[in-house]
Design a protein around this ligand. Sequence first.
Ligand code: HEC
Length: 131
Amino acid sequence: MAFETTALGKWTRAGIAAIGLGALAVPAISALAMPAEEPAAPAAAEAPLTEAQMAESKALFSQFSCGACHALAEAGGTGHIGPEFDGNEGIDKDYIVTMVSNGQGAMPSFGGMIDEAQIEQLATYIMQVKK
Ligand code: HEC
């Protein structure tokens, strides 16, 4: 059947391509056997925000009324509609970014209202100042 022939042809070509790739991989493997290069530096810890970035994030926190629903003493947030951030061990930066971008239940979505870089910075800020 034509389909099978074509499919077989495809697999054969794929096989030949794989062999070709294998040949290409040999120099790569010998490169690995070369004397060790400098070990990769460990991923740097999140850089602390500058004072200007802190101020900017704090302003965002009040501009978008986060504090009306969430307690975060450093930013003047006293709300209790959503979970408080002070003393909250269950949040990390990525989770905050997701919640702020997408919302959930009574938590509004701010994606499209606050730009991505600012959401990231706001999340870093919250993690940095929460008690
Ligand atoms: C109208 C009230 C309201 C506003 C304004 C609001 N949130 Fe929320 N937020 C909530 C509620 C309610 C939840 C809980 C949602 C759920 O669990 O379904 C929540 C959940 C969260 C969570 C997850 C907390 C956890 O412990 O799981 C984060 C992080 C968060 N909000 C960040 C923010 C930030 C940052 C802002 C401002 C940009 C903001 N929220 C503005 C009501 C609000």
